[in-house]
Design a protein around this ligand. Structure first.
Ligand SMILES: C[S@@+](CC[C@H](N)C(=O)[O-])C[C@H]1O[C@@H](n2cnc3c(N)ncnc32)[C@H](O)[C@@H]1O
Length: 225
């Protein structure tokens, strides 16, 4: 993992602090770490459909053999990194929460030893990569991003072929309840309507290269660069 940084931008700091404390709990949603309570399991079954759907879409699109090197931005506990590595990809995971990266390293120990994965401890906007990647995966990431256009502009320089991204939908009682819950823990959350996404994609000139897929509580966006 590359060197840690001091963050000056307070909102990014709040997200890092939130995920530092939430690492093991978040990872357990995927079901292979900490034990989940009955209530958690109920929530997982009824409210986390989009988590499963976006996972399946990432695996489907990255099965393209032309996508060899993948950047996982906001890789969290490494569930996507592990799946991509199992599929023969060369992976770089980046995250702003050290606790999350430690989980990811644990999960992908074998691949770390083989040099097939490396991890970067940083906010995405704060880290300049010397190399380009074939594709980027940004799942469950834009929820915490105040300026998505800045992220898109950086991705445009660093990624050559494909972007696979999820965006939480605006509206709905559950979304509102989640926002309150996160706000109480000082973590900002951002939601997106379909027209927000269309206008962001148009600003980037990506409107004819992008597909917006409605998946339950998220939009999944695939951009072929
Ligand atoms: C909800 S988790 C998703 C993890 C993983 N992508 C998944 O779907 O399992 C969001 C992750 O994004 C990271 N994150 C949030 N803002 C970030 C930023 N500006 N730069 C890098 N990572 C960030 C958080 O630390 C957290 O680990």
């Amino acid at each position: 993992m590359s060197n840690s940084k001091e963050y000056t931008f307070s909102e990014t700091n709040d997200v890092a602090t939130f995920f530092q404390g939430y690492a093991a709990d978040f990872d357990s949603i995927y079901g292979h770490t900490k034990k989940r309570s009955r209530w958690d399991k109920f929530l997982d079954k009824y409210f986390r459909l989009s988590m499963r759907l976006r996972y399946e879409l990432v695996l489907k699109y990255t099965s393209n053999a032309a996508l060899k090197t993948i950047l996982d931005v906001g890789c969290g506990g490494g569930v996507y990194c592990e799946a991509l590595l199992n599929g023969g990809k060369i992976v770089t995971g980046l995250d702003i929460a050290q606790g999350m990266l430690e989980l990811a390293e644990q999960k992908t120990k074998r691949y770390l030893a083989e040099g097939k994965v490396n991890y970067v401890y940083s906010g995405y906007l704060e880290h300049a990569f010397p190399q380009q990647f074939d594709a980027a995966v940004l799942v469950g990431f834009f929820d915490y991003i105040k300026t998505p256009l800045d992220i898109f502009k950086k991705l445009e320089k660093e990624i050559t072929k494909e972007l696979l991204m999820s965006f939480p939908k605006s509206g709905g009682l559950l979304g509102w309840q989640r926002k309150v819950r996160y706000r109480m823990r000082n973590c900002p959350l951002y939601y997106y309507s379909k027209s927000d996404l269309e206008s962001l994609l148009t600003t980037m000139g990506w409107q004819n290269k992008a597909e917006i897929i409605d998946i339950d509580r998220d939009f999944f966006v695939r951009v072929k660069l």
